[in-house]
Design a protein around this ligand. Structure first.
Ligand code: FES
Length: 170
């Protein structure tokens, strides 16, 4: 066998080198993209997260008070802060109640004592919806279900709110 058969020509050398470098560069560019596409899907979902409202438990009264807070909303690739509200009070047993202000009719925002002719009730100004203090919808007004109720916990003396959950229809 002649020595020439084992020699790599200049053209072959360039082909091998450029293919190797090109492949290396392509992998370097593609890997972050693949990771960007796949990584959020592989992240474990945070379940049952509670958010500190910065309201002290000792400051919660029997009169419903509006509490504003923000939650971190995360879809697969995007994280944003979403403003939320709750009507918070202590019932006659001293238990904390945190109601969603979202009307169950068409989603307007309800207000405590928002209607002078219906005192001590939640009132929805959009179509005259009414709810009792405990969130029960008043029959004969547009809403067909009670206000959702937030899960809550007390930690270090502060009120933390979780998800607002439906309480069933009336
Ligand atoms: S949206 Fe509240 S009564 Fe219609």
């Amino acid at each position: 066998m002649s020595e020439n058969k084992h020699r790599v020509s200049r053209r072959q050398f360039l082909n091998y080198t450029l293919t190797g470098v090109g492949g290396f560069m392509a992998a370097g560019m593609l890997m972050p993209m693949v990771r960007f596409a796949v990584d959020p899907v592989l992240q474990p979902k945070a379940a049952g997260e509670f958010v500190n409202t910065n309201v002290k438990e000792s400051d919660i009264k029997e009169e419903p008070t509006r509490v504003d807070f923000t939650i971190k909303q995360k879809d697969a690739w995007h994280e944003a802060e979403e403003p939320k509200s709750a009507w918070v009070y202590k019932n006659e047993k001293g238990e904390i109640v945190a109601l969603s202000p979202i009307c169950k009719h068409l989603g307007c925002t309800v207000n405590w004592n928002g209607d002078k002719s219906n005192p001590n009730m939640f009132f929805c100004p959009c179509h005259g919806g009414l709810y009792e203090k405990n969130g029960d919808n008043v029959p004969g007004t547009p809403p067909s279900a009670p206000l959702d109720e937030y899960e809550y916990k007390i930690q270090d003396g502060f009120l933390y709110l979780g998800k607002a959950k439906p309480r069933g229809g009336a």
